[in-house]
Design a protein around this ligand. Structure first.
Ligand code: SAM
Length: 191
């Protein structure tokens, strides 16, 4: 996985592992890339097992409302977690917000097309999980709609990976973000 991220994340770079649970992947990526990896997860009992250290950090929260400033990460990863997000459209917009332009978004998730995976998704829905598995083309389209361009590649074991790059935001959007245009207009009344 480090190989797929290396072009976006140099030594000392920053990765957000969304739905990173107990941080096993985070610890591996921190060593492999010499990067800082922050594990974001809503489950305190999982975060308690994260091997925190100089380069591995934890944040409690959800993908749909990432407690981070804009463009602070070189990459976001989400492994076997995306189909758990309750609002995937908002989550993807959050990925595009917290990753710098040119940074990477890497998602590994099951492919819902094989019958066995549809049963898994159904089982997850029965136990109250969203179980919202996206087919690769739907994942690619959703990411593109948020400004993340990439491709899906099949992975061994009935899943696929989406690897994308956050598009440069148009200058007009950057200006809108940096200016407070919400000041009330004052109407001048003639006397
Ligand atoms: C199946 S586990 C995958 C954990 C880890 N990424 C892995 O590959 O082993 C799914 C994780 O997603 C987390 N999760 C569920 N809903 C989430 C959300 N809305 N935002 C972020 N993480 C969420 C769960 O707490 C859980 O730790």
């Amino acid at each position: 996985m480090a190989t797929w991220l290396r072009s976006a994340v140099g030594p000392g770079g920053a990765i957000l592992d969304v739905g990173g649970a107990s941080g096993q992947l985070a610890a591996l990526l921190a060593v492999a890339l010499g990067a800082h990896v922050t594990v974001l997860d809503p489950e305190a009992k999982l975060l308690a097992h994260v091997p925190e250290g100089e380069r591995v950090h934890i944040v409690m929260g959800v993908a749909e409302s990432i407690p981070s400033g804009d463009g602070l990460f070189d990459a976001v990863v989400a492994t076997d977690a995306f189909h758990h997000f309750r609002n995937q459209t908002v989550a993807v917009a959050e990925f595009a917000r917290v990753v710098r332009a040119g940074g990477a978004v890497l998602v590994l998730d099951p492919d819902p097309r094989p019958f066995a995976m549809r049963l898994v998704a159904l089982g997850e829905r029965i136990v109250g999980e969203p179980g919202a598995l996206l087919a690769p083309e739907a994942m690619r389209a959703l990411m593109a709609s948020a400004g993340i361009d990439g491709e899906c590649t099949p992975e061994a074991g009935a899943g696929y990976r989406f690897l994308g790059t956050v598009r440069e935001r148009p200058i007009s959007a950057q200006l809108d973000e940096s200016l407070d245009l919400s000041l009330p207009c004052t109407r001048r009344t003639e006397t």
